[in-house]
Design a protein around this ligand. Structure first.
Ligand SMILES: Nc1ncnc2c1ncn2[C@@H]1O[C@H](COP(=O)(O)OP(=O)(O)OP(=O)(O)O)[C@@H](O)[C@H]1O
Length: 480
């Protein structure tokens, strides 16, 4: 068994840095009733101290080693139309990140070329593909669908819709619709130039002839490794693509592209330009990765409750394995006087939307969820992620889900912010799973001990206190 203990850092050298993660497959939240699809995330390495050192975004974007680095001084230099640049300015996006600077020129040039692009969590992949889509839309045909963006969950599809609307706020006549369960009227069908949806719903709309795909010019698959995975929504994505014009420009994006899906991705998006990360580049430096050594499973809940005060300094996401345990932990925590909410695939769609909107706005600060929210969700105030259950994959939970770990912890530490992840281990199996994740990504995980609560609080607080919102950061498009 890999030795987690050998990777423990002392309190004084605690701050962690990079992260990585692969991801499991998510469905549209219509999972099989208990366990929901996983996804990834990773971080690694410990940096010297500096939890409380405030690094400005402008400094990060000038650091060539940062994924936020930009060699150009503004978006204007990338040749985007003024209406789009105005939208970026309104969002306070001053300079592109590395993925935006590298991918955009390749994607917006003619003739259109396919793209397979990888970049760490929270580094601005959404804007990269949204800008491409907006540059291709003919606004004189506002109700003619011209671009389709697919995502693994209704929450992510809605978030992408919001980003398109925000960046495109000065594009006259731009109409963006979400194609998620219950969103498109049967009478009218799709009446938009840009559609962001989940594959099952999109497939149904096309089959029922409520979605005219004949003029589509661009297809974006976000979280593409997860979406194309045969155990996830690969089949649906293949069917959807089979119904689209053959000449469509296909853009695949994710923070993780495990080798096993790369071959398929290359078939799905033939002759694509590729931007890939090396293994060592997958981690996000701002995320301090820790683990909690729980004496046994029954103590996990008590330890979670003890962490509640730290969770509410900012906002927190608690990831658990099943819908049932999400609901059960919510019930117990509420009975114990804590304010928490739980969101998972068993909830009805509008309820899910309201729960996430509350979390985005800060009306709720602690969200218990499953892998359905592990990927893509961007809430800038999240300063802590808890892996109450270590993400596992395969039948019988035999192997850790490297990708899901990376994506889960990537819900914090977004675009230069800092955050903490705490993974709970309590027995040989969970300890070994986390050890494998640490070995895979070369992580130095900081150990937290439930019997030394002062040290735990100090280590966590050091990070979270410096994660406060700073004015040089652009707000998330949907955060209120
Ligand atoms: N150029 C920019 N300048 C400032 N902020 C930006 C810029 N680009 C993106 N952001 C912000 O960074 C945050 C993360 O972006 P985004 O959600 O696109 O990350 P991502 O790479 O898609 O992450 P994930 O892999 O987790 O889906 C968002 O809040 C977004 O508004």
């Amino acid at each position: 068994m890999a030795d987690l203990a050998s990777r423990i850092t002392k309190p004084s050298d605690a701050p962690a840095e990079d992260a990585v993660a692969p991801a499991p497959a998510a469905t549209e939240g219509q999972g099989n009733g208990t366990e929901e699809p996983a996804d990834d995330g990773v971080n690694k390495g410990l940096v010297e101290t500096t939890y409380d050192v405030e690094v400005k975004l402008s400094d990060l974007q000038a650091d060539q080693d940062s994924p936020l680095y930009s060699g150009v001084s503004s978006f204007e230099e990338l040749g985007l139309p003024k209406s789009i640049n105005d939208g970026l300015l309104a969002m306070n996006f001053k300079k592109p990140s590395k993925i935006q600077e590298r991918a955009l020129p390749l994607m917006i040039s003619d003739p259109p070329t396919n793209m397979i692009a990888q970049s760490q969590s929270g580094t601005g992949k959404t804007a990269a593909f949204v800008l491409t889509v907006l540059s291709r839309v003919d606004l004189t045909k506002p109700t003619q669908p011209q671009a389709l963006l697919l995502a693994p969950s209704r929450e992510l599809a809605r978030q992408i819709q919001g980003v398109i609307q925000t960046i495109g706020q000065f594009c006259d006549n731009l109409i963006v619709e979400a194609a998620i369960p219950g969103s498109i009227s049967r009478e009218t069908g799709v009446q938009a130039s840009v559609v962001a949806g989940t594959p099952g719903t999109v497939m149904d709309l096309i089959r029922r002839r409520q979605f005219d795909v004949s003029q589509l010019k661009a297809l974006v698959i976000d979280e593409a490794d997860n979406m194309l995975d045969q155990q996830g929504m690969g089949d649906q994505c293949v069917r959807v693509k089979g119904m689209l014009p053959k000449t469509i420009q296909t853009l695949l994006f994710s923070a993780t592209f495990p080798d096993k899906v790369m071959n398929f991705a290359r078939k799905y998006a033939p002759n694509a330009n590729e931007i890939k990360l090396r293994h060592t580049e997958l981690t996000v430096k701002g995320i301090s990765q820790m683990y909690m050594d729980c004496p046994d499973e029954s103590k996990k809940y008590d330890i979670l409750c003890k962490l509640y005060g730290l969770m509410t300094i900012g906002s927190s996401v608690i990831f658990v394995k099943t819908r049932d345990s999400a609901s059960e932990i919510q019930r117990r925590m509420e009975a114990d006087g804590h304010k928490v909410s739980a969101l998972h695939g068993a909830h009805e769609g509008q309820n899910r939307d309201a729960l996430l909107d509350d979390f985005r706005s800060g009306r709720s600060k602690v969200l218990i969820t499953t892998n359905v929210l592990a990927r893509g969700i961007d809430v800038s105030s999240v300063s802590m992620v808890i892996n109450y259950d270590i993400p596992m994959k395969g039948f019988g939970d035999k192997e850790p889900d490297m990708e899901t770990y990376l994506h889960r912890i990537g819900r914090t530490g977004r675009f230069g912010r800092v955050g903490v992840s705490i993974s709970f281990v309590y027995d040989h199996k969970s300890y070994e799973a986390l050890s494998k994740i640490a070995d895979h990504y070369g992580l130095d995980l900081v150990q937290l001990r439930p019997d030394d609560w002062d040290a735990t609080e100090t280590k966590v607080q050091e990070v979270i206190k410096s994660s406060r919102a700073r004015p040089d950061y652009a707000p998330n498009a949907l955060d209120k």
